[in-house]
Design a protein. Structure first.
Length: 387
């Protein structure tokens, strides 16, 4: 126990012991025995932290022995007997209910004895009410302290749980955002590098026979690379919170499909884009899902479809859904480079469409490969706008 803890334990007892001797001096009842018993009574309070109930029993026994030795005269009750009320409050604060009831019964022996003496015609009956009231107050104060401490502990636990849940939610949000960014980076890098590789291959074949075409292809490689860098800056800027260059560019959507198709055409793969039905307004994230599906499908055609001569992108709008279909006429798939880790393209496509209640199917069709995504169009009530 530290020095400050010892001081907090002993100082209140010493002060109260000295104060309790004052009434004894004023009433002329000061004696060596009264001083000794008073100090002995207050010394029991030194055990209030570790054993309040045994300390209370000892105090009541000492007080009762002193009182009985003086003929149970009410005026012989020492003021130091107030220590029993203090210890009763400690029992009510720190101990279970059964000990509180037992402690209350032990302390109540004093007013009960006074009541019996009053019934026998002896003086002291008038002290029954104030001593009984003091006993009840000691119990109430102790239980209130216990309740308040329990409430504070519960609030602290709740705050701690809320903080942990908030941290867990933040970590989950960070993990989700990282997954989204990883998917975006995969889409951007895979597509643009595939286009650049196809353009570079074409330039290598044409450098001797058609240098102008090779020069144009390399110019397109540079433009595609700059576009990839711009996209990477936009995505990684989100992670850094970097807004020094102004607001980030908007995410690609349906309006950028023509530019995407032109980019793939420049890489040497003819692409036909058709739109059927009446287009409906789509949220930006739904448009991004469609754009990334087309981008991933065309990238896979450039990378894996052996002998693909053309690709078709078809958007079919109906009243309740948008169907996106990308097909090619490749004769199979090229062997995967064993040093290249598997991508997240198919998983990303399904996750994007799944977030809007849609589905994505892939598989062979008409001698080539087909990727088809269906996106439900749920109307927003009262607005006439689809979401």
């Amino acid at each position: 126990m530290t020095t400050s803890a010892r001081l907090r334990l002993v100082a209140p007892v010493a002060v109260l012991a000295v104060l309790s001797l004052g009434p004894v001096v004023r009433l002329g009842g000061l004696s060596a025995g009264a001083v000794l018993v008073s100090l002995l009574l207050w010394s029991t309070a030194l055990a209030r932290h570790r054993a309040p109930f045994p300390a209370l029993v000892v105090a009541v026994v000492v007080l009762g022995a002193w009182w009985a030795g003086h003929g149970l005269e009410p005026q012989r009750l020492l003021p130091a007997g107030a220590v029993t009320l203090w210890l009763l409050a400690w029992v009510a604060d720190r101990r279970p209910a059964r000990e509180v009831v037992a402690a209350t019964a032990v302390v109540a022996l004093v007013p009960v004895t006074l009541a019996v003496l009053g019934l026998l015609g002896r003086p002291g009956g008038e002290a029954v009410v104030p001593i009984s009231a003091a006993t009840v107050v000691a119990v109430v104060v102790g239980r209130n302290r216990r309740t308040r401490r329990s409430l504070v502990r519960a609030l602290e636990d709740r705050a701690l749980r809320a903080e942990r849940e908030r941290d867990a939610g933040a970590r989950a949000a960070v993990a989700e955002e990282r997954t989204r960014i990883a998917r975006e980076v995969h889409d951007v890098v895979a597509h643009n590098i595939s286009v650049m590789t196809a353009l570079a291959d074409g330039a290598g074949y044409a450098i001797d026979t058609a240098p102008e075409r090779a020069r144009a292809a390399m110019g397109q490689v540079a433009a595609t690379g700059r576009e990839a860098i711009t996209e990477m800056h936009r995505l990684l800027g989100v992670l850094r919170g970097d807004d020094e260059h102004g607001a980030p560019a908007p995410a690609p959507g349906l309006a950028q499909l023509d530019a995407l198709v032109e980019q793939v055409r420049a890489a040497g793969l003819p692409v036909v884009l058709t739109v059927g039905g009446t287009p409906s307004p789509l949220p930006a994230t739904a448009q991004l899902a469609v754009h990334r599906l087309v981008q991933e499908a065309l990238t896979n055609t450039l990378t894996h479809a052996d002998g693909a001569r053309c690709a078709r992108v078809a958007l079919e709008w109906t009243a309740d859904r948008l169907q996106v279909e990308v097909t090619d006429d490749g004769r199979g798939t090229r062997p995967r480079d064993p040093d290249r880790p598997p991508g997240h393209g198919l998983v990303g496509m399904r996750e994007r469409f799944g977030a809007w209640g849609g589905t994505v199917e892939t598989g062979p069709a008409d001698g080539g490969w087909r990727v088809r995504g269906v996106l439900p169009l749920a109307p927003v009530p009262g607005s006439g706008v689809h979401a």
